[in-house]
Ligand binder design. Sequence first.
Ligand SMILES: [Zn+2]
Length: 70
Amino acid sequence: MTTLYCACCGRPFKRTSNRGPAPLYCSRDCRLQIAARRRAWGPVDWGLPAATAQALMAVRQPADRLAKSA
Ligand SMILES: [Zn+2]
């Protein structure tokens, strides 16, 4: 059996079946949580923690304004 790491909470988990693509999440809860985040964030890199993604967006917005006025 292969040990995988959850793309949501980062916990290691065992892959239970070798058929199909490798699962990204340790549980259905984590998969649903990511789906909800993707809906809320749109095209933002949802692999980052929410606080990090929001900080990146906060930095990016003033930079865009500067670029336009320059
Ligand atoms: Zn998880």
